[in-house]
Ligand binder design. Structure first.
Ligand code: GAP
Length: 491
């Protein structure tokens, strides 16, 4: 993880928030390349789940909602974690996760020597197990008490109980309370889904692991409504749709390059299920700190629509034409984190390779996700015609694709820099492109395109560049197919 965190800072992906003031724990800012990567993750998610599906529509609800939303949803009463405090160092821990972290121990059998002991293991010298604070190794821990994870705030100028509201801890509730608005305005028929991307906030007791668990994060959520009375191949429709969504979401990460071996499905045990869930399966990724949740896919039944119907007095129902009756739909909820997805895509793409005896760091990001699609590089920055041609090419390409011009180093180093941030294609303008006026030599008006992963190079007429990149970046045609049409250049 340290290597990825360091690359993210060095190359402008992700910075510690408020760093010049010493930083603020578990808050991160996306830099110039990070914002492109995260926007690309959100864009492909939206494209695949909204534009490419006739049964889905989008929504963007407000972060601040009526406080009764959180009463009805159960968040006020149930959205809690058991928390303990250290009486000495005042650090705070989740009681249910205490044995999942390493612990500090001053061992009486070795004259009080300090040891850092792996999670869940006893001391090798005195066989003691952890009872004190795992961080300082000295303080007693308080008994567990329930701690609500919602951020509380006040609406308006008066800080009184009547003005209390919350920053939403999930985007889902914005969809449930708008169920009828969307249903009526869009004249939808079951089954259909509503997708939303937006910020959520949780006062996590133990945030950490870079952008994996933070207080402020973005979710990409779908609430997919089905008629629970329908049968598909003799099985309840909600159960079949749940399985379809698990398969679809599992395939989605692989479609954008995540290796199959680093993904797995974890079924929630009955006692672990959220209060609203009939069944939940998590897609887990093998992050550097171990297998952890990337996305949860829950069958939330009719819990939320019923609760909001009851609390607001406005029934959130659907008229079943076939059975001539009003029903409350069941909901399948694929709920992904945009930041967690960014982390998985980054970690999975990161490679260290050896090329001609030298180390090459490369982010093998899918072209749809790469922050910069094309870097245009002049071979010699002292030749005005080369620089002018390269700048003009970059300006033209930038109308369609995120592209940059860079002349701040020699070509080999420029290639390495682009590899390190995952740029799939570099275009190099050289003397051959523009010719040599002093010698009376005309240019060939061709440039070299270098592909990141294979490092193969081809020579392409400038006039055909946009058509070539349309195939590669927009139509998804493979490099091997496009490259085969043009002469190869030795690198
Ligand atoms: N509406 C259901 C829901 O919110 P969740 O499992 O609590 O379910 C869904 O969250 C996803 O949101 C997680 O799989 C994760 O990707 C992301 N997420 C949750 N808490 C997060 C946090 N503190 N920091 C970053 N991402 C988080």
């Amino acid at each position: 993880m340290d290597v990825v965190v360091s690359l993210c800072k060095r190359r402008g992906f992700i910075f510690q928030s408020s760093e010049i003031y010493g930083g603020i724990a578990s808050c991160w800012d996306y830099g110039p390349l990070g914002v492109e990567l995260k926007n690309n993750v959100k864009r492909v998610w939206w494209r695949d789940n909204v534009y490419l599906r006739p049964d889905m529509v989008g929504l963007d609800a407000a972060i601040l909602m009526h406080p009764n939303v959180w009463k009805a949803s159960g968040h006020l009463d149930h959205f809690t974690d058991p928390m303990v405090d250290c009486r000495a160092c005042r650090r705070r821990f989740r009681a249910d996760k205490l044995d999942e972290t390493s612990w500090v121990h001053y061992c009486p059998a070795t004259k009080g020597n300090k040891f850092d002991i792996p999670a869940g293991e006893p001391c090798k010298h005195c066989s003691a197990r952890r009872t004190l604070c795992p961080a300082c190794g000295k303080g007693e821990l308080t008994p567990p008490r329930q701690f609500n994870l919602m951020f509380k705030t006040f609406m308006g100028p008066v800080e009184e109980d009547a003005a209390v509201t919350y920053l939403r801890p999930e985007t889902a509730q914005g969809i449930f309370v708008n169920f009828d608005n969307v249903l009526q305005s869009m004249r939808l028929k079951l089954p259909f889904g509503i997708a939303q991307i937006g910020k959520s906030f949780r006062n996590e007791i133990t945030p950490g692991n870079f952008i994996f668990r933070t207080h402020e994060f973005e979710q990409m959520e779908i609430e997919y409504f089905v008629n629970p009375n329908d049968l598909i191949d003799g099985r309840p429709a909600d159960e079949v749709w749940h399985e379809r969504w698990i398969e679809e979401r599992f395939a989605w990460y692989q479609r954008y390059g995540v290796r199959r071996a680093r993904l797995r499905l974890r079924e929630h045990a009955r006692e672990e299920l959220a209060h609203y869930a009939k069944r939940t399966a998590d897609i887990e990724y093998e992050f550097p700190m171990g297998w952890s949740e990337l996305e949860g896919i829950a069958n939330r039944t009719d819990f939320d629509l019923k609760q909001h119907g009851k609390t607001s007095g406005k029934a959130l129902t659907y008229f079943d034409e076939e059975r001539k009756t009003h029903i409350v739909p069941y909901v399948i909820e694929p709920s992904a984190g945009a930041d967690r997805s960014v982390l998985a895509f980054l970690v999975d793409a990161y490679r260290e390779e050896e090329v001609r005896g030298e180390k090459r760091v490369v982010l093998r990001l899918h072209t749809d996700l790469a922050p910069i699609k094309i870097a245009v590089l002049p071979l010699l920055k002292k030749r005005d015609e080369i620089v002018a041609t390269a700048r003009e090419i970059q300006r033209r390409l930038a109308r369609r694709w995120m592209s940059v011009y860079d002349d701040t180093a020699a070509i080999g180093r420029l290639y390495r820099r682009q590899d390190e941030v995952g740029t799939p294609y570099c275009v190099t303008v050289d003397v051959q492109t523009v010719g040599d006026r002093d010698r009376g030599e005309a240019g060939d008006a061709k440039v070299t395109i270098r592909e990141r992963d294979s490092m193969d190079q081809i020579r392409v007429p400038v006039a055909e560049l946009e058509a070539v990149f349309r195939e590669l970046l927009t139509d998804g045609v493979a490099w091997s197919t496009v490259g085969a049409r043009f002469p190869a250049v030795k690198n």
